[in-house]
Ligand binder design. Sequence first.
Ligand SMILES: *Cc1c(COP(=O)(O)O)cnc(C)c1O
Length: 470
Amino acid sequence: MSPNTLMTIGQQFSRRSWAEPWKIKMVEPLNMITRDDREKALAEAGYNTFLLRSDDVYIDLLTDSGTGAMSDRQWAGMMLGDEAYAGSRNFYHLEAAIQKFYGYKYIVPTHQGRGAEHLISQAVIKKGQYVPGNMYFTTTRLHQELAGGIFVDVIIDEAHDPQILHKFKGNIDLDKLESLIKREGAENIAYVSVAGTVNMAGGQPVSMANIKAVRKLADHHGIKVFLDATRLVENAFFIQEREDGYENRSIAEILLEFCSYSHGAWMSAKKDSLVNIGGWLAVDDRELFEELRNLVVVYEGLHTYGGLAGRDLEAMAIGIAESVQDEHIQSRIGQVRYLGELLTTWGIPIVHPVGGHAIFLDAKAFYPHLEQIKFPAQTLAAELYLDSGIRSMERGIASAGRNAKTGDHNYPKLELTRLTIPRRVYTQAHMDVVAESVRAAYETRDQTRGLKMVYEPKYLRFFQARFERL
Ligand SMILES: *Cc1c(COP(=O)(O)O)cnc(C)c1O
């Protein structure tokens, strides 16, 4: 064998893949019902994947919210639940974890993210005030509006284009923010609401430079900055990967620095923090904390449990520490990318660049023959379920709801079907099956006619709306 041949073989074997930094200790069987039964189940669910029974679902990519697998350590922590009504030791563990990894001083636990959104909105927003944010999130905006706030989208324009390759598509447009402040006056801005990553834009990150600049501008006008910290660990991964000066910083260090540019944050721990239920609110201001701690008693539970059991608080405290480990977040986002790369290779239109928690299929490009009022993204979610029992969700016109003033539908630029990857749950083989099902739906896209909405609930309609086939 010549040295050259040896070198070629050597190069072949020098390929290195990433792998999950865990092994599986317990399994839960999956079941796939027949196509006929899926037809029936979907019609009964009004073509809304939120209304399917999970027993009728094969691979469940509805959401990454509370659907992750806990570690052996988290389960062990559950056994150490201190179910005292007041002052549970697990609360102090959680408090310490948030102080250590997010850096805030005062902590209020809540049963999940929207519980925290409710409290902060009620405490901080005065009726008629504006709340600028980097694209809306469904529950966040609703709580801001219920408190009398007026949401204003100040994300950069690139976020609304599914094909533009921008490193930090979640960034706030400082000109948009500044002109809003100048037009309405700083006293009419409740706070700046920053989410990283931005779910509705496709899980797109915010850069450290951007949050720093937002804080500087806000300080100049005496306005506070609050973070939706739900996926900030994933956001930190993108900063480490893409932003100059952060390539050698740990995820934990980046997270802590990012939070340092805000006055507080709310959290759905069902996402980054690897638990099935839980959330919190944290601030640095003592007076605001006193008010929030008082409000939590009204809506959630005493300020040391916030609607959760002691064991839930313990699992959350352990989950936070696990979530900021570099290997964890690399494999979490690596799996999302694997699916995205397969689909891209096959020419299927998805949002680029691939974000942190999900693949977003571009339903407008998928079904160019369907007008938006025929609910293309809802239709695609229904088609995927029929093909293979995979459950996805709509993030388009149904999710966008109606204009509070005119009552007309909001017509978002992005009409997306989200394949959300639960944390530490599915394998690469499951990702292959999902990609193949999307390809099957893509090959038969011309035959698709769309849906019409036949029942529409008043709040967050996408959860419970019903549709019929056109
Ligand atoms: C899920 C989520 C929320 C709401 O949290 P829940 O725990 O579902 O109530 C808020 N903001 C973002 C960005 C989310 O993804």
